[in-house]
Design a protein around this ligand. Sequence first.
Ligand SMILES: [Zn+2]
Length: 163
Amino acid sequence: MPWGTLLADGETVERYRAQVLQRGPDDCWWWLGAITDTGHGSFRAGSHTTQTSRVVPAHLFGYRLAHGADALAGGLVVRHRCDHGACQNPGHWLPGTRGDNNRDAAARRRLAGHALTDVRGAAGRARAVQAAIAAADPERLDEAIAAALAAGNPSGAYQDSIF
Ligand SMILES: [Zn+2]
C-alpha cells in the first residue's frame, strides 16, 4: 500500500476531510461516506488517472494522515476509544494490537447500554447516525445524533464510554 503517495495527494486529503463531520475536540467526528458491514468508514483514496485509486478503511487513512505514513508499521491496528468504528476524531484513536482490541471489546460488550450492545449492530448504528445528521436541523445536530445513538438501546440510556 503506497500510503506515502496517497497522503501526499492533496485532492485525496481534501476529499477525506470533506467526508468527516468535524465537531468538538471530545465529540465523535462522524464519517459521512460509505460504511462497511463492520461499521467502519470506507474511503476511495487516490485517483484513477494516476492509477493510485484504492478503497481503504477511512480511519486508517485518517490515522496515517495525523501520524505519518509509517505510523502503523509492525501490524498495529487503530483502536477506537469511543467504540464507534466510523469515528474520525484523532483524539479517539489509539494504536494497539489485535489482542488489545479483542480484550477491550469483550469487556465493554457486557456494559448495559454500551455502543457494542446496540441492537442494530455497528453498521446499522453508523448508518442511523448518518441519516440523523442528514435530516437534522444544523442547530440541533447534537440532539439528533444523541437520539440516533439512544435508539439502538431500547432498554435504556445510551452510555458513552471513552477509555
Ligand atoms: Zn469517537
